[in-house]
Design a protein around this ligand. Structure first.
Ligand SMILES: [Zn+2]
Ligand SMILES: [Zn+2]
Length: 889
């Protein structure tokens, strides 16, 4: 929808859309900006320009409009105190990882907390009305601005003020009155400083008017009145009108402090630690001037580098100051900002990786590492994490519990970055030779080689990071999670009665209400349909085999084989109960392994996906590295301990909002549940998940869980394959047999080895004596060797390849007229080995070839030495006869 068109329409009727009681009471005047034409409301009769164009824009830098100074955490205390005093409930922030929406990775606005998507509709889930929330929001589309503009953050606290007009809530008049009093009474800003600008908001099929409020050109908040749905002109009023006021807490802190940047008053002790490293006074007149220039110009250019150059010029900054002060300062701010975002994201269970939402996190950490290298800083990241968390824990106590987990993950990621640097260096050298890469080339470099532009800048392969790089990259990865659904013509059918959620009979009668080719819909069924990673039940319907069961909304469709009953028939149905029992055990086991993994590995473990069949199952978890044997064993032990404890598995239905408040978002391990009533499967307080699957009554019913294999299947995801119940016992039995067999094989091998050693020993003693006798001219039989004029042949089982090799070689070396041919068994093959002295008249190669071909194998060598063999043991005697006659004549 065209926002400008809506704005035009709304601004044409300001009494209806924008005029609130406050404006009348206080005497606000409506004006049109003489520069841009936008309408705004002010108490200053002389004001002619909107806040964006005003002469007072960013004049609070160095001259704040309040007498009191509040930093980030203090500013929230003020906001909270004000709203609570005015009958609002203060709600704890929701996770920054948006588990309750499958179209978003991260929470991007406070209102997202309360939005639940059902089909194509957005409904609201308010834990209280009205409420206020300090919602940490992550946004990655302005990354290149972070640290540079003084006001862009990769994560920020959106003060969310939300209300539904009915049930104790309020609408426009009270909202704007509250926001005005928050600024003037709580923060002590003069009434005349506050300017409201007319605007509109639209998204997700709904829209409404909004009033942005500014003080000295800084937009502090935006009160959106979501009121309509549909297309402009044909729109209707929403059943549920919503007040969505979002304000930036960082800006509230900034305006009261008037520091050069918002960063200066929002990172608490972190800034001090960083500034000490470079010895900068962040509050100098020069910086105030520079950042005021940046703030004023930022919206007038597309290219950030241009703005930067202009500000440098206007603030009279020398090259030396730029290099020694501005550049390091930008780096410090970047580090502080990115680290804070990573702390929130990792504490809430996200992992840096190359996929999905993890992608942005890795990119941010690489920017931190790159900046540290570029500025040649000696920083202790753990110390910075501690400083951040110590500062934030009053507002966000949950961060304190994840402190060590955050450190673990960041340390691991940083070491991976260091390891990849050699590879990056080689690549970067090539780039330097080639010349400046385009934005697209830079993206490819990052995507396929992990080379960040910061790194290229660090090693001087590029001089500037192109503006747009991070926006473009982020857009590529912002693509929403999507699902494919196949459509069947089922519109008019009633919902199937799902017996598996009731008394779950394994044999039942049902009526056929629809036949679609080889698929049939019944009025009621116990056949569990494929869903949530659980494989479908099989069995028979009217004697025909059920080969698949799918769920389409609340209608269950059975696919049959061999025939199909008629519509209207009453049919006998039978579920394969052994299969079902095994699938059920595997499903409960999935929950057990998930929670066991979290206990063993860390709080970042979430179910990534799962699959449960009757004879095997797998759980993919979010984890940064491959599992060690020790970890696998610990997880398996923890899982079997839960079986031993025989905990009851309880299933209860809760209103979704209640379930989320009671158990938190951990319940969404298998993704969001788009229903009002949530089925909660709980194993005591060990594991609580929203799940539609079938489960055992007590964990002891599973009897045994065995992990059969684990594998890192993608960056940040580890697959655990396992079996449970009877399959696990069978697996153990197979394993035992396998190891018995292995042990027997080992013993046999050992024996053979020993025999060989003995033979060697014997040969060493025997060979010199034999040689002496033969070279002396002895003929006939000697130790089972046939000798004729120094030509020797043996097929005795007493001799192995060691003997033949050693004896033959020595014999012909000592006497050119001698020759030797030995036939012996080596494993499954019969081998022949021939040594022939130069004057012996024997051709070793010919014999080897001939004998090998008899034995069905191959042979090779030259006239003096050859060998060969084959596996046809039935030809052994024939081979011996032939060899004997060939060599002895
Ligand atoms: Zn204007
Ligand atoms: Zn489940």
């Amino acid at each position: 929808m065209d926002k400008n068109q809506i704005l035009k329409e709304f601004s044409a009727d300001p009494d209806r859309y924008y005029k609130v009681k406050l404006f009348e009471e206080q005497g606000f005047i409506r004006k049109a900006c003489t520069k841009c034409g936008r309408f705004f409301w002010t108490l200053d009769a002389n004001r002619t320009l909107c806040p964006d164009d005003g002469t007072d824009t960013y004049s609070f830098i160095g001259d704040p409009p309040t007498t009191k100074r509040f930093d980030y955490t203090q500013a929230w205390k003020q906001v909270e105190e004000f709203f609570v005093k005015n009958n609002h409930t203060s709600v704890s922030r929701y996770p920054v990882v948006c588990r309750w929406r499958d179209d978003l990775y991260f929470t991007i606005a406070s209102v997202v907390d309360f939005q639940r998507v059902m089909g194509s509709k957005v409904v609201f889930e308010f834990p209280a009305n009205p409420l206020v929330v300090p919602q940490t929001c992550l946004r990655f589309n302005d990354l290149e601005n972070v640290g540079v503009t003084g006001r862009h953050f990769s994560s920020f606290c959106m003060i969310g003020q939300h209300s539904i007009p009915e049930n104790g809530g309020y609408w426009k008049d009270e909202c704007v009155d509250l926001d005005f009093r928050l600024l003037t009474q709580q923060f002590g800003i003069k009434k005349e400083e506050v300017v409201f600008v007319e605007d509109v908001w639209s998204g997700g099929g709904s829209f409404g008017s909004s009033l942005e409020y500014f003080v000295r050109g800084l937009e502090l908040g935006n009160a959106v009145f979501t009121e309509f749905q549909g297309e402009l002109g044909q729109h209707t009023t929403l059943d549920q009108k919503i007040i969505d006021m979002g304000a930036g807490l960082e800006r509230f802190a900034w305006i009261t402090n008037g520091t050069p940047t918002a960063y200066d008053c929002c990172f608490g002790p972190v800034n001090q630690i960083l500034f000490e490293k470079i010895g900068i006074d962040s509050n100098s007149e020069m910086l105030k001037k520079y950042f005021t220039e940046i703030a004023k110009e930022i919206d007038h250019f597309d290219d950030l580098n241009q703005v930067r150059r202009l500000a440098v010029k206007n603030a009279g900054i020398t090259d030396d100051q730029l290099k020694k002060i501005i550049t390091p300062l930008e780096g410090m701010y970047l580090i502080a900002d990115h680290l804070r975002t990573l702390i929130f994201a990792i504490a809430d269970g996200a992992l840096p990786s190359n996929v999905g939402g993890g992608y942005n996190l890795r990119m941010m950490l690489r920017r931190i590492n790159g900046t540290i290298n570029r500025l040649n800083l000696k920083l202790d990241i753990d110390e910075l994490i501690d400083a951040h968390i110590d500062y934030l824990k009053d507002t966000y106590p949950e961060l304190d519990e994840k402190r060590e987990d955050v450190k673990t993950i960041l340390k691991l990621e940083s070491s991976r970055y260091e390891e990849s640097k050699i590879h990056m260096k080689k690549k970067a050298e090539k780039i330097r030779e080639k010349g400046a890469p385009s934005v697209d080339e830079l993206i490819t470099l990052y995507e396929s080689d992990g080379i960040t532009p910061e790194y290229l800048k660090e090693i001087d392969a590029i001089s500037e990071i192109p503006s747009q790089f991070y926006t473009k990259l982020s857009d590529l990865h912002q693509s929403e999670k999507k699902k494919a659904i196949t459509e069947l013509p089922l519109e008019e059918l009633p919902e199937t009665e799902m017996l598996f959620y009731k008394d779950d009979p394994m044999e039942f009668e049902a009526k056929v209400i629809k036949v679609l080719g080889d698929q049939v819909v019944l009025d009621r069924t116990s056949f569990y349909a494929r869903g949530g990673g659980q494989e479908p039940d099989l069995g028979t319907i009217a004697g025909f085999n059920v080969i698949n069961v799918d769920k389409h909304a609340n209608i269950i469709v059975h696919k049959l084989e061999g025939g199909i009953p008629k519509e209207g028939d009453t049919v006998q149905c039978k579920v394969d109960k052994t299969r079902r029992a095994n699938i059920t055990k595997n499903h409960t086991s999935t929950h057990i392994i998930n929670t066991s993994s979290r206990g063993v590995l860390g709080s970042w473990i979430w179910q990534h996906s799962a699959f449960k069949d009757h004879d095997h199952a797998r759980l993919d978890i979010t984890h940064h590295s491959s599992l060690t044997d020790e970890q696998v064993k610990q997880i398996e032990d923890a899982a079997n301990q839960m079986i031993k404890e025989n905990y009851p598995v309880n299933i209860n239905y809760y209103d979704r909002g209640t379930a989320e408040q009671k158990y938190g978002f951990r319940i969404y391990q298998g993704g969001v549940v788009p229903v009002k009533s949530v089925r909660i499967v709980s194993i005591e307080d060990k594991d609580i998940e929203a799940c539609g699957g079938t489960h055992v009554k007590k964990t002891g019913d599973i009897e045994l869980i065995k992990i059969t294999k684990t594998k890192r299947i993608q960056d940040g995801v580890v697959r655990i394959e396992f079996v449970s119940g009877p399959t696990a016992f069978q697996y153990v039995k197979d394993q035992e047999e396998e190891s018995k067999k292995q042990a027997a094989d080992d013993i046999a091998k050992e024996k053979l080895e020993k025999l060989r050693e003995e033979n060697k020993e014997k040969s060493r003693e025997q060979i010199p004596i034999l040689l002496e006798k033969i070279l002396d001219g002895q003929s006939g039989e000697l130790d089972e060797i046939t000798i004729k004029n120094k030509i020797c042949f043996t097929s005795s089982e007493n001799y192995d390849d060691y003997f033949c090799q050693t004896f033959g070689k020595k014999l012909v070396a000592k006497d050119g007229t001698a020759a030797f041919c030995g036939i012996f068994e080596a494993g499954p093959t019969i081998r022949v080995m021939i040594f022939a002295g130069e004057q012996s008249g024997v051709n070793a190669g010919e014999i080897a070839k001939e004998i090998a071909s008899i034995l069905g194998g191959s042979g090779g060598g030259d006239a003096k030495f050859a060998q060969g063999g084959g596996k046809d043991t039935s030809k052994k005697d024939a081979a011996i006869q032939k060899a004997k006659s060939m060599i002895l004549g």
